[in-house]
Design a protein around this ligand. Structure first.
Ligand code: ARG
Ligand code: ZN
Length: 883
């Protein structure tokens, strides 16, 4: 294992390299125990830099040969550096080295999974294949020859186009690939194995023909249809929306079951975690279908935002990730169709941002969207870089409009196609393409979104002047982690007492702006006065969640109820309901008093559930309580058990008070006919599943066997995974007696399907705690024959779910959760540092915990930090946690 002794790398230390690599010709003799790699590179002097040695980097490699223009040359190895006395001119460098793919449990570089070879080179995996200038600003044209046993590895893939293939002596064969596009090493990929492909030929708008392939293990082919359809839809969408065509004759996607992340956008050869690729109605839920569509689109969209224009250095990661998440979100919203379905997507994005990114931005690993330093870059593939980064890209579109944003994109590609650039270049293109826009006049201030960490808090206060018919809205902002005011677009409207959308005329403007507008908050405090406001309005602020901030508008319950009933913005209707819930949960969590839901609240929730016009998908979102992690972010001192108790009490009371309504909802939202993952059917299933969960919960509390029995029946007979898993979850989460036999039945049904067994672990690790039983069960599952730390999906499904996502089970007064966490982080770290780094993040917010949790968490962190063998990944996280 790599020892964690590296020092931090600083963004401002960036220097262009002394040499470039124009072309690289790689030959792989693939063997799981020892793969031989020969690399021939055309090295060019960068005349802008002083002459010096050529310093390549390689990790866990054995160097066999090093020649310049065919002649031996003097070199030395210093740690991972290969320092070559290179001449002050262009030359050809030939290297030969070996690596050991089957020993590569870190899953970075070249590794084996299920008897096949795969690579993962982002961020710094290429150096585990051969010595190289493994940095994204060095872009080369690759030619790759793969040689391997023909029987074991019938499929040999790399980036670009297949030039040649044929047989070799000794039962071997070869394939030669060429990628015409210069690319950074992190986009390099190789796949070799016994795989099969779903194929589709398409002709794009521009009239070009392309071959699309989805490669998977034999037996998984029937689970690739949705991925293929999603790929085709992505290609069509990107051409239509942004004028960005597919630039390769062949586009390949490959699934692998051992993978650290969701997927990887290697040029022309995307590699996917099977969890982000495979789905069928029998084995995947609606949410899985949705996720596959989004990730297929995400990786495809990287072909332009990431590959054609890439990052100069890893501090710019959000340049490609924030932008590509923004693009995949826009795509998913367009695919979802109706305005209501779009709002539901937005709600889910925001729920996720609040539950994961807000805590990150307030915690010990807080960093700006463009970080200033890192020890281990793998620790910075974060919710901040991805999700907050996507929010920041969304701010451009809010300020510039869709057309202005599209113009900015066009200029960005016109200027930077084929280059490795920075977030500043993107911002500049957006501003320059839109002279006279609200962005171009305040670009420097806007860019604080990249440089300041922390979630801005926006406070709003309204004042109605009944005589003057004016309404004054005072907005102010503060950010505990950043001193300068940020540019915050506040989309808003004013809602009258009867629900009317009021015209918005700002003082000094000659006409109303309609009933929905964007105010720009850019000072520490600002006031906006609306005129001709004839009735006292309720402000509906931050519509569509127009900026990633925490809003404190101090609205009263009656005002929130007005918004919940009438707001023209569906997102803010949902938000009003969340705020009503949040107030009650916070009151209980703060006081430690048992939560007692009031009648007005219960009736409002009943009205949502019974509403004649609202879509089922929206109802399901509106009836869900805020996540514990988001609740915790509103508290100065966090008692996870008090939050847990409040949330559980709220669910119990909603289950009991709305019992007949839930029963109606369950029956009224059954989908008949064949399964389709479309938003309408999925919405009905989401609401029916929530209703079933409530009915089982209520019944268990009453000792009534009817609904648990029905759920159990459904686990046995459901015709799709969404309904089957919903029923199983209803039993397990309610701690019903039938949960145990249902789990046994479910496991037996899907014993051979790893992705479904992952769900089985995940559900048990994430069950709402009751009396310590959930923690005990999770601990026992560590010994289950199906459990392994070596497969990231499996390890995550049990440990990340328990430690990072289930605060009620994890935070225990006996500290057993923390002890288990420290043991497992250390155990995983010896196998796979990246994965260990993810689990290590469970303690990010330890310092806000109430006692006895706080001291116990700190002790666990200290014990872990004292270990001598930690990776850079884990060392960076625990060091930052301890401050
Ligand atoms: N670029 C990939 C994506 O879009 C993420 C891969 C990162 N991998 C890593 N090991 N850090 O989402
Ligand atoms: Zn990405």
């Amino acid at each position: 294992m790599r020892e964690g002794n590296a020092t931090a790398i600083q963004r401002l230390d960036y220097r262009a390299p002394t040499y470039w690599i124009a072309t690289v010709d790689l030959t792989f003799d693939l063997d799981p125990a020892k793969t031989l790699i020969t690399s021939k590179m055309a090295v060019k002097r960068n005349s802008a830099q002083a002459h010096g040695p050529l310093v390549l980097v390689g990790e866990e490699l054995t160097l066999l040969r090093c020649l310049i223009d065919g002649e031996p040359v003097s070199f030395r190895q210093e740690g991972n550096d290969l320092v070559i006395d290179a001449p002050d001119r262009d030359f050809e460098l030939t290297l030969r080295n070996t690596c050991a793919p089957e020993k590569n449990t870190a899953l970075s570089g070249l590794y084996t999974s299920g008897g096949s070879f795969f690579t993962q080179c982002e961020a710094e995996g290429f150096r585990r294949i051969t010595y190289f200038l493994d940095r994204p600003d060095v872009m080369a044209v690759y030619t790759v020859t793969l040689r391997a046993d023909a029987a074991k590895y019938p499929v040999l893939l790399s980036n670009g186009n297949l030039l040649e293939q044929g047989t070799l002596d000794g039962g071997k064969h070869f394939a030669k690939w060429h990628d015409p596009f210069p690319k950074p090493s992190y986009l390099f990929a190789v796949v070799a194995g016994d795989l099969v492909a779903r194929e589709q030929r398409i002709t794009t708008r521009s009239g070009k023909d392309h071959l699309l392939q989805v490669y998977v293990r034999r037996g998984d082919l029937d689970k690739t249809e949705h991925a293929m359809n999603s790929l085709i839809a992505s290609i069509v969408w990107d051409e239509k929306r942004f004028n960005l065509p597919l630039d390769l004759e062949r586009f390949m996607v490959v699934g692998v079951s051992d993978f650290n992340m969701g997927a990887m956008e290697n040029k022309g050869l995307n590699i996917f975690n099977t969890s982000a690729l495979l789905c069928s109605p029998a084995t995947a839920t609606d949410a899985d279908f949705q996720r596959v569509e989004a990730i297929v689109a995400h990786e495809y969209f990287h072909n332009w935002t990431g590959n054609r224009v890439t990052c100069r250095d890893w501090f710019q990661l959000s340049l490609k990730e924030g932008l590509t998440v923004f693009r995949d979100r826009e795509f998913s919203m367009d695919m979802a169709g109706s305005a209501s379905a779009r709002a539901v997507q937005r709600i889910q994005q925001v729920r996720n941002l609040r539950a994961i990114q807000f805590p990150e931005d307030a915690g010990t690993m807080a960093h700006p969207v463009r970080p200033d330093s890192y020890v281990e870059i793998n620790n910075f593939y974060t919710a901040t870089v991805y999700e907050k980064g996507a929010e920041v890209v969304g701010l451009y579109q809010t300020l510039l409009g869709r057309d202005g944003f599209a113009k900015g994109m066009a200029l960005y590609f016109e200027r930077h196609d084929g280059q490795a650039v920075t977030c500043d270049d993107f911002a500049q293109a957006m501003a320059d393409a839109n002279p006279g826009s609200p962005l171009s006049s305040r670009l420097d201030a806007f860019k604080r979104w990249y440089s300041q960490p922390g979630t801005p808090h926006v406070a709003a206060q309204g004042e109605y002047d009944a005589e003057g018919h004016t309404y004054t809205l005072r907005l102010s902002q503060r950010n505990a982690k950043g001193p300068l005011p940020q540019v915050i677009p506040v989309r808003m409207g004013l809602v009258g007492p009867e629900g009317q959308a009021l015209p918005l005329q700002l003082q000094g403007e000659i006409a109303a702006r309609g009933t929905d507008t964007v105010l720009i908050l850019e000072e520490a405090a600002q006031a906006f006065t609306f005129v001709n406001v004839m009735v006292p309005p309720v402000p509906s602020l931050l519509r569509g969640f127009s900026a990633p901030v925490l809003l404190e508008d101090g609205l009263s319950d009656p005002q929130l109820l007005t918004l919940l009933r009438f707001d023209a913005d569906a997102f803010n209707r949902w938000e009003a309901g969340q705020r009503l819930s949040l107030k009650r949960l916070l009151r209980a969590a703060r006081s430690g008093q048992p939560l007692q839901l009031d009648n007005a609240y219960v009736e409002a929730m009943r009205a949502v559930l019974r509403h004649a016009d609202l879509d089922p998908a929206f109802k399901a979102e509106a009836l869900k309580l805020p996540d514990a992690a988001y609740i915790a972010e509103q508290l100065e001192v966090v008692d996870p058990q008090a939050i847990h108790a409040a949330v559980e009490a709220a669910w119990d009371q909603l289950a009991a008070a709305l019992r007949d309504d839930w029963a109606w909802a369950f029956d009224a939202h059954q989908v008949t006919g064949g399964y389709s993952p479309n938003a309408v059917d999925a919405g009905k299933r989401a609401l029916a599943n929530l209703a079933l969960a409530m009915l089982v919960r209520g019944a268990v509390a009453q000792g009534d066997p009817v609904w648990p029995g029905r759920a159990y029946q459904r686990v046995k007979t459901a015709s799709n995974m969404t309904e089957r898993f919903g029923a199983l979850a209803a039993l397990v989460n309610a701690h019903a007696e039938l949960a145990e036999p249902a789990l046994v039945h479910f496991h037996a049904l899907f014993a051979d399907d790893a992705l479904v067994i992952d769900k089985w672990f995940m559900l048990q690790a994430r069950t709402p705690e009751r009396g310590g039983a959930v923690f005990e069960r999770a601990k026992k599952l560590l010994q289950h024959p199906d459990f392994t730390l070596k497969n990231p999906n499996r390890a995550r499904s049990l440990l990340v779910q328990l430690c990072n996502m289930n605060p009620g089970a994890f935070h225990r007064s006996d500290a057993a959760g923390y002890v288990l966490w420290a043991e497992q982080v250390a155990a995983i770290d010896a196998i796979n540092p990246q994965l260990a780094g993810r689990l290590a993040r469970a303690m990010d917010r330890w310092s806000t915990l109430a006692e006895p949790y706080r001291t116990a968490a700190q002790e666990a962190l200290k014990r872990l930090a004292e270990r001598s063998t930690l990776s850079n990944d884990v060392r960076e996280i625990v060091t930052k946690a301890l401050g």
